[in-house]
Design a protein. Structure first.
Length: 95
């Protein structure tokens, strides 16, 4: 049996929602939150479509230490927030 793209996307969403980790995807150019898993929604509220700096950090503009430019040139980075205590490991998205 062949699965459709929509079925695969739904299965992936279910898997990501089942984990205890907070998982999100952010557009590194626009700062728009593209995806929050269930755990991230429970922790931060609804965030999809909003800017990461507003939802994750309560700011009106990108963080002074934002690493989004690093992700657009192919590098990765790790981050631990002193404020919220969360740890992030980021990789650039592949098209």
């Amino acid at each position: 049996m062949s699965t459709t793209t929509e079925q695969r996307a739904e299965l992936l969403s279910q898997i990501l929602d089942a984990t205890e980790s907070l998982i999100w995807a952010i557009d590194p150019v626009s700062y728009e939150i593209l995806f929050f898993n269930q755990r991230a929604r429970e922790h931060f509220g609804e965030g999809e479509g909003r800017r990461c700096y507003a939802v994750l950090h309560g700011l009106d503009a990108p963080c002074a230490s934002c690493k989004n430019p690093v992700l657009t040139d192919g590098r990765t980075w790790d981050f631990e927030s002193r404020v919220s205590g969360f740890y992030a490991s980021s990789d650039p998205a592949k098209n």
